[in-house]
Design a binder for this molecule. Structure first.
Ligand code: NAP
Length: 500
């Protein structure tokens, strides 16, 4: 159907017409790819996935910086329905994760469903369908829209005076410029988060000199990296249940430790903080440097960093940790508040992401012409992390408060996909027209979250982080991941407006 087909009222309801729903998915990362696979398995075949870039992979396509690896163990960081016995390392490096995504795409024949280089410009709810405007296709009509646009997607550029005046090479960590050789160069990196720590460890040896600009120290534990043997991979291949056992074991360990530590379990939080302090003591003998690297807030308040080579790199003769705050960027380098100019050839901005954007700046217009931006009013919230009153037949994977800390987001998005498909099946079976959460359900859910989140270390640990929205409230699920999985398994339709 194209947009020239007249649309009026509640006509064109696919379930009443007895046809396949037309489903638009935005984004071909883990969530978008998983949606195509699971929707097809459920019998839905009219699917178009819009991908703004020329390759799939989401964050694993965008991030190609040196040292990139995942701090969730490989056997946990994969689809539950397609475990991979061949992971080479306990913590996979970026290229191997991206290769896994490519392999999945070929195996499940995803490419025909994906339109590359086709960004979505605007979504408008016409009732009960959506007008979807894309760069290449113009306007098209879909019955459902699924935003699988990710969270750590849009690079955050620091608001530092003179940033654009820098005359050397400058790029964000998520837009690594591989044409710039670093050998022997004077390199600066702004930030000391998970990304920066990995980069510093990976490039310290080859650069001429490295300045690491730290605004706030982060808590760090070692990454217990390990290369898997061929014999181990063969064993996993011969005996697949072992993979699921390992996966579940890792999940329980991570959620039982990091998960509980963030959610008010003081003993777990203390255990992690002690482990960080011990690691720092072991790794950094110089008390002055150690002091600079010791955070003054609770461990797990910011995302805990797993990195074994950051501290050793900082102690190399060619590396300086700069803790004086940055005053300005100048054409030849970074000027700190003490007046010192740190001359640089290359400046890397490892300054994180605008995590609060979600699908924005893409315009999403719901019922009565209300935009999602106005509905959020600067504080994005969703019902059960996925849906919004006034935006029927629209789903957001890993939406506001649908990001669950300290676990594997692929697993969370699989549960969200299951929940969404249960709703689509309900529409099909009951020949409904539209579904959207009731306002009171949305408000009640978010009020409970707002209360529960107060005791988390994200809120009370004394730090600032990308988890916080502009009001200073963590935009994250405040209970253990198992509670969310239970929510997702049992959709409560009384929370939803079901239009028949
Ligand atoms: P991030 O955790 O948000 O860290 C950004 C860093 O940049 C912080 O050190 C921040 O300092 C600094 N910064 C930002 N603006 C600045 C400014 N204007 N002046 C000086 N410093 C500034 O970003 P990220 O390291 O890219 O990590 C984001 C998330 O991605 C992680 O939390 C994690 O969830 C994920 N990630 C995971 C892995 C992994 O699996 N190993 C690797 C990379 C990323 P402050 O701390 O003072 O704000």
């Amino acid at each position: 159907m194209n947009v020239n087909t007249p649309i009026s009222g509640l006509e064109h309801a696919w379930a009443k017409e007895g046809r396949q729903p037309r489903i638009a998915i935005i984004g071909a990362g883990f969530s978008g790819m998983g949606s195509i696979i699971k929707l097809r398995e459920a019998g839905y075949t009219d699917i178009t996935c819009f991908e703004r870039e020329d390759k799939l992979g989401g964050t694993w396509r965008d991030n190609t910086y040196p040292g990139l690896s995942c701090d969730v163990p490989s056997h946990w960081y994969s689809y539950s329905f397609d475990l991979n016995p061949d992971w080479s390392y306990r913590f996979s490096y970026g290229p191997e994760i991206w290769a896994y995504q490519e392999k999945i795409a070929r195996k499940y024949d995803l490419f025909p469903a994906i339109q590359f280089n086709n960004a979505i410009r605007k979504l408008t709810y016409l009732g009960p369908q959506w007008k979807v405007e894309s760069e290449k296709n113009g306007e098209e009509i879909f019955d459902f829209v699924i935003a699988a646009t990710g969270v750590l997607v849009n690079p955050a550029y620091p608001d530092i005076p003179g940033l654009d005046s820098f005359k050397g090479h400058m790029f964000h960590s998520a837009r690594w410029n591989h044409d710039v050789a670093l050998q022997g160069k004077r390199v600066g990196i702004i930030g000391t988060g998970s990304t920066a720590c990995q980069i510093v460890g990976a490039i310290a040896e080859e650069v001429g000199h490295l300045d690491v600009f730290q605004r706030t120290p982060h808590w760090v534990v070692p990454m217990p990296q390990k290369k898997y043997s061929k014999a181990w991979q063969t064993l996993l291949r011969i005996f697949p249940p072992l993979q699921m056992f390992i996966r579940n074991f890792i999940r329980r360990r991570m959620e039982g430790s990091f998960g509980k530590a963030t959610l008010g379990d003081e003993a777990e939080q203390q255990k992690i903080q002690e482990a960080c302090l011990q690691f720092l003591e072991q790794q950094v003998p110089d008390p002055e440097l150690r002091k600079k690297l010791t955070p003054n807030y609770k461990a797990t308040c910011k995302r805990l960093i797993l990195c074994s080579d950051f501290y050793p790199a900082l102690q190399r003769d060619n590396v300086d940790l700069v803790t004086e705050s940055i005053d300005a960027i100048e054409p030849v380098g970074v000027r700190t508040k003490d007046g010192e100019l740190h001359e640089l050839d290359v400046l890397v901005l490892a300054t994180g992401f605008r995590a609060g954007d979600f699908i924005l700046p893409t315009e999403v217009i719901g019922e009565n012409g209300l935009s999602l931006r106005d509905f959020w009013h600067g504080l994005p919230r969703a019902h059960r992390g996925m849906t919004f009153p006034g935006f029927p037949n629209f789903w957001m994977l890993e939406g506001p408060t649908g990001v669950i800390g300290n676990t594997c987001l692929i697993d969370i998005s699989e549960h969200q996909i299951g929940y969404m498909i249960a709703a689509i099946n309900k529409i099909r079976d009951d020949k409904l027209v539209a579904i959207a959460p009731k306002m009171e359900a949305f408000e009640g859910y978010n009020a409970r979250i707002a209360e529960a989140i107060k005791t988390s270390t994200w809120a009370s640990g004394g730090c600032s982080s990308w988890y916080l929205d502009p009001s200073g409230t963590p935009n994250i699920y405040p209970w253990l991941p198992d509670a969310y999985r239970d929510d997702m398994k049992n959709i409560d339709f009384t929370e939803y407006e079901l239009v028949s």
